[in-house]
Design a protein around this ligand. Sequence first.
Ligand SMILES: [Zn+2]
Length: 269
Amino acid sequence: MIVMKTHTNDLTPVSWFLFRDGKILTQIIHTDTSSICTATPQQLEMQPTFSRYIGSYNKTTYFVAELPQSTQAPQGMEFRSIRSLFGSVDDTLFTLIGRAIQILHWNNEYKFCGKCGAAMEDKNNEFAKQCPSCGLISYPRISPAVIMSVLRDKHILLARSPHFPKDMYSTLAGFVEPGETLEEAVKREIFEESSIEVDNIEYVASQPWPFPHSLMIGFSATYAGGDIQIDDREIEDAGWFTVHNLPKLPSKISIARLLIDNFIENSSK
Ligand SMILES: [Zn+2]
């Protein structure tokens, strides 16, 4: 379990995640594998521009630091995107790294008060910044998005957006709008993008998606009416697929794949 206190005074072992320009410092083990470098900035003689405690896991205390753009990776190390690390690091560690990068984004994007323009200051004992001039408090930004499988008999509704890799299809998804319940967001997104109506909306799982600050909330729903008519500003194709004619699918990193794998498993029962 990750313990996410907002500060620490513990004398437990410490590990650091060192980022430069959104990429994390890793040790090269051999050509296609890396492991996270958890050395302190001092050990590497690096001067972070920002650092912060982010949580404890397995009796280790974790910190994140941002390094200047000019920082070179030491010999035997390289800066890598966090997406590229999925599957090669422990899931809980991956979650902590996701938390680290979300905190860095927040620090970089909320330096000044959105109300009066003064420089924000870290708030004690809380993941928050406060404006010393007008008192406005800013919390790390988290954007909830719904993602859902739509099932019809032995079929699943999948769609592809123009920026997907060639031939890949996935479940529909979209950001929750102000004043909307999650279930309303599910119905609206599916209808907007495909003209399909759904019911029996059931929660499945959620996943922090730190690219840069989404929280994906996964649902399943069943077909209730309509014919597919796509919104071609968002997607370029959509269709009903069975387990026997599935297109290329998203990688295991995504909750979309979990929803599709659930469909595959239930279809073979
Ligand atoms: Zn202010």
